[in-house]
Design a protein around this ligand. Structure first.
Ligand code: 0YR
Ligand code: MG
Length: 370
């Protein structure tokens, strides 16, 4: 399993409709920015991070893959995932310029590619390597019906449609104005009835005072969790909010390290743990967060920066993973799409991590890496 080459790639994939918005971003495409690693015996692995498809910033990641991380990998045994993770994550030159950020996204792509290779070499889907199937089903919740850019009547119609399609959980975005968001929350709860879990996501927009006011109004609508109510890194603020409201607090999609999660655990500032293999140092580091969460008896709901191609393997295999986000934008770019049937993800069958692009996606969606 000697590594012969590490090549970066960028795919830009359109979102549903022409664009979507949450409280902090409006986007037209999802960026699949990654590494293709080939071994001397001809095995190929793919891993990627998820971006908002801005070519110039995506190219910072591909540059890191090609010129900083690739040279550390050539000639190494791809099977030594943990050793290579440390070699890259603790490289003195890179650590000095970025212990988090672009270097982590690059590391994420490479780590996932190494796990993809490992599973392919063993001839098994990744979930088998991660300990085997721990639960019969992985419940999906639908985020794609809940964007802030969707008008009120369409939001309600979409929520109903998702429930008719078999989803038992949905998530809607908040963070526009307290009045508008409460009105939308109430309308959606009324449309879907009491039996469907309804989460909300603020994407870090509001301050504590606004969150407190919003939560007082939202509590009657049985909110499953309030995700990223406050600025991503604000441990103290989330701890205060968690004490002040009955609504559980969820976060983690913007945290780069296991250390960052530890701080939220220690301060009781989090109820739902949402690590992302595309944001942290890949599967290797997300496993560490899942183990820590499990030890604290906190449930994990991985964030879909990978649009659940990789996280579905983790969710079938790790006992802490309770529910998984569904956004269908990029699934058809892969040879085994993360499909949901009757509100649950299908168990992956193909060897690997679910990251192998189709020939069609590879030909039509690629953008220049430099
Ligand atoms: C768009 N999921 C999220 C998208 C999504 C974001 O900005 O990146 O809404 O990743 O918060 O839970
Ligand atoms: Mg979110």
């Amino acid at each position: 399993m000697k590594i012969r080459s590490v090549e970066p790639f960028i795919l830009h994939v359109p979102v549903t409709g022409s664009q979507i918005a949450d409280s902090t971003h409006t986007i037209t495409h999802w960026g699949v920015v990654g590494a293709r690693i080939e071994t001397e015996d001809g095995l190929v692995g793919h891993g990627f991070t998820g971006t908002h498809a801005h070519l110039a910033s995506d190219q910072l990641v591909t540059r890191c893959i090609a010129t900083c991380h690739a040279p550390l990998l050539i000639g190494e045994d791809a099977g030594d995932v943990h050793r290579l993770w440390r070699k890259l994550a603790r490289d003195p030159a890179l650590q000095w310029v970025g212990r988090a950020g672009i270097t982590t996204l690059s590391l994420a792509a490479i780590d996932v590619a190494l796990w993809d290779l490992k599973a392919k070499a063993a001839g098994v889907p990744l979930w088998k390597l991660l300990g085997g199937q721990v639960r019969p089903k992985v419940r999906a919740y639908n985020t794609d019906i809940g964007w802030l850019s969707i008008a009120d009547d369409q939001l309600v119609a979409g929520a109903r449609r998702a429930v008719d399609d078999g989803f038992t959980g949905i998530k809607i975005k908040v963070g526009s104005s307290v009045d508008r968001d409460l009105r939308r929350l109430e309308a959606v709860r009324e449309a879907i009835g009491p039996g469907v879990t309804l989460a909300i996501d603020g994407n870090g927009k509001w301050d504590l005072a606004t969150c407190l006011r919003f939560c007082r109004g939202a509590e009657p609508f049985d909110v499953f969790w309030f995700e990223e109510p406050l600025w991503y890194d604000d441990v103290k603020g989330h701890a205060q909010l968690a004490r002040a409201t009955r609504i559980p607090v969820a976060l983690g999609e913007q945290l780069y390290t296991a250390d960052a999660f530890s701080e939220f655990f220690a301060q009781q500032a989090i109820h739902w743990v949402q690590p992302d293999v595309t944001r942290m140092g890949g599967i290797t580091e997300v496993l560490q967060v899942c183990e820590a969460a499990h030890a604290f008896r906190l449930p994990v709901a991985p964030h879909a920066g990978d649009m659940s191609q990789v996280h579905v393997h983790l969710s079938f295999a790790h006992p802490a993973c309770e529910v998984l986000e569904y956004i269908p934008w990029i699934k058809d770019c892969f040879t085994e799409p993360a499909e949901v049937v009757d509100g649950h993800f299908r168990l992956p069958q193909q060897p690997g991590a679910g990251t192998t692009p189709t020939a069609a996606a590879w030909q039509t969606l690629r953008r220049p890496t430099e």
